[in-house]
Design a protein around this ligand. Structure first.
Ligand SMILES: *[C@@H]1O[C@H](CO)[C@@H](O)[C@H](O)[C@H]1NC(C)=O
Ligand SMILES: *[C@@H]1O[C@H](CO)[C@@H](O)[C@H](O)[C@H]1NC(C)=O
Ligand SMILES: *[C@@H]1O[C@H](CO)[C@@H](O)[C@H](O)[C@H]1NC(C)=O
Ligand SMILES: *[C@@H]1O[C@H](CO)[C@@H](O)[C@H](O)[C@H]1NC(C)=O
Ligand SMILES: *[C@@H]1O[C@H](CO)[C@@H](O)[C@H](O)[C@H]1NC(C)=O
Ligand SMILES: *[C@@H]1O[C@H](CO)[C@@H](O)[C@H](O)[C@H]1NC(C)=O
Length: 493
């Protein structure tokens, strides 16, 4: 090995390996002796000594890594001549040496494979910095060591000095203004700062240092005292209004705001948005509501806040009551009533031993009554649901169904008399009922004072006669004057 040549039938283990191969070949292919020509070439390694033109099967050649490459410990640097006359070796038994990770402050480096000998990397800088030097570097050989052929650096981007403004100055004077640095402007006494008070050094799309915005202005700004007719200020009570002052308004009761509640004193010495107005608003004629009538006289134009009342038509009701209301709103439309007038329903009639015929029991409906076989209807054979007061009721008292034995003789309403009244105002008038008559003041009864219900046949009754009468006027006068006349007669004698 001293000569660097390490080919052919080596010693020790190498010889053993070679012999094994040889034996294997002799057993498999008896008599097939071959040899290998020209040792292989590798980019990363070269024979460690002189080479022969031809090598017998089983011999091996030792390689050494080329400069910039280093051996891989797990791989063999020997190249062996196989029985089929080809060379065999571990793949990539030498790899490029590793360049040190580059140090780049405020930046990054990028690579596609690795950082070994021959590799190329690119550099980029963080936002606000720019690269000084070449943007890429290669891992190269230098005195048998590998290094990067170029080491750029990232420099912070500078801005021009901040603008100087009239009637104001900025804080934080520097010799150099660089990325990220902010300056804050203030105005002199009596001047308002218009715009952004702070600007900072940033970077435009072409990586040039620029200020984040224009420098503010220092101006004298005054807005006149804001007055809103029919309205009043809620906030912003000061002597003198200047840039940025805000005022909020409210309208007096009955007036509605057209415009913004809040205004701000602008750089142009005007209120922005313009001052609001407080107007009176009117609604047109109130809406018509089904099955309801407006109460009272209603104008065709009502100021906002006006409430009008509707009454449901007879037989209709609205949520427990019979009236509903709508109000003229600030947006000139009438409010929508949550209630509506709906047709009312009479109590569903029940007839023992009988039937009720009718679709429903709503206001205006007529139902018919009939009895089961063996029963006779006593009373009205139909009833109509009619309006009564704020509600509805059946127009007659409900009939009953009776067997022949239970039938009762009934009389109709007792006859009415002029200038008098009777106590038979309601209920059924069965056989034997008595109704008593009374005359109005100044009238006297003629005939009996009462009548009685008497039977005409087994179902129907009639009132007894004569029907009482109320007489008055002349009789009363004569009766009252008679003693006076008598007295006069007596006195004249
Ligand atoms: C290579 O050639 C030299 C000289 O000709 C010889 O001594 C050596 O044994 C050869 N090696 C092999 C492996 O044939
Ligand atoms: C020679 O033999 C080796 C191992 O037996 C095999 O991998 C290789 O492909 C062979 N080469 C040719 C050219 O036959
Ligand atoms: C390096 O930059 C070159 C040229 O801009 C580009 O083609 C290449 O893809 C870059 N490589 C990496 C790893 O960013
Ligand atoms: C508000 O005022 C503007 C202009 O003064 C007017 O055009 C607009 O109709 C008003 N709006 C209402 C709801 O009164
Ligand atoms: C008026 O205001 C009421 C309640 O805020 C709303 O329901 C209605 O739609 C408004 N009408 C119009 C015409 O804007
Ligand atoms: C009418 O009054 C009389 C005497 O007070 C009474 O007997 C009779 O029952 C009354 N009739 C009715 C229908 O109330």
């Amino acid at each position: 090995m001293g000569t660097g040549t390490d080919t052919g039938m080596g010693t020790g283990t190498d010889t053993g390996v070679g012999l094994l191969w040889l034996c294997a070949v002799l057993l498999a292919l008896p008599g097939a002796w071959g040899d290998c020509q020209d040792v292989p070439r590798f980019s990363f390694a070269e024979p460690s000594g002189p080479t022969n033109k031809s090598y017998p099967v089983g011999s091996w050649v030792r390689y050494k890594c080329r400069p910039g490459y280093t051996g891989v410990s797990s791989k063999s640097p020997l190249v062996v001549c196989l029985p089929n006359s080809t060379w065999a070796s571990d793949p990539d038994f030498c790899i490029g040496k590793l360049c040190r990770e580059p140090d780049i402050e405020n930046g990054k480096f990028h690579y596609s494979t690795d950082l070994r000998f021959g590799a190329t990397i690119n550099f980029t800088c963080n936002f606000g910095y720019r690269l000084v030097g070449q943007p890429s570097a290669q891992c190269i050989l230098n005195n048998n060591e590998v290094i990067w052929d170029n080491t750029p650096f990232c420099e912070i981007i500078p801005c021009e000095p901040p603008p100087v403004i009239a009637n104001g100055q900025f804080s934080g004077t520097q010799t150099e203004y660089t990325f990220g640095l902010a300056v804050t402007y203030t105005c002199g006494e009596g001047f308002s700062l218009i715009g952004s008070s702070t600007i900072y050094c940033t970077v435009d799309s072409e990586s040039n240092g620029v200020w984040s915005g224009p420098a503010p202005e220092c101006k004298v700004v005054t807005c006149e005292n804001p007055v809103v007719e029919n309205g009043k200020k809620l906030t912003g009570f000061v002597e003198q209004y200047t840039y940025g002052d805000t005022v909020t308004f409210e309208c007096l009761p009955g007036y509605f705001m057209n415009g913004s509640h809040t205004v701000k004193c602008g750089a142009d010495n005007a209120w922005n948005p313009p001052l609001p107005k407080c107007d009176q608003r009117y609604c047109g004629h109130p809406p018509s509501i089904p099955f309801a009538e407006l109460m009272g006289t209603v104008s065709s134009s009502s100021p906002a806040g006006t409430t009008v009342t509707y009454r449901c038509s007879p037989g209709y009701a609205a949520g427990g009551g019979t009236s509903l209301e709508v109000t003229c709103l600030g947006n000139t439309s009438w409010s929508v009533s949550s209630k509506s007038c709906t047709r009312q329903q009479c109590t569903p009639p029940k007839i023992q031993n009988g039937f009720v015929k009718g679709e429903d029991f709503l206001f205006g409906t007529t139902v018919e009554f009939s009895c089961r076989d063996g029963y006779v209807l006593q009373g009205s054979s139909s009833a109509k649901c009619v309006a009564s007061g704020n509600g509805v009721r059946w127009d007659v008292s409900l009939p009953t169904c009776k067997t022949a034995g239970q039938l009762t003789v009934l009389c109709g309403e007792p006859p009415a008399v002029a200038n008098g009244r009777h106590n038979g105002t309601k209920g059924e008038f069965v056989h034997g009922s008595i109704v008593v008559y009374k005359c109005n003041h100044g009238f006297t009864l003629a005939g009996g004072s009462s009548i009685r219900c008497t039977a005409r046949d087994e179902l129907h009754g009639v009132w007894s006669t004569p029907t009482p009468e109320c007489r008055g006027g002349a009789t009363t006068i004569i009766v009252g004057i008679l003693p006076l006349l008598l007295a006069l007669l007596v006195m004249s004698f």
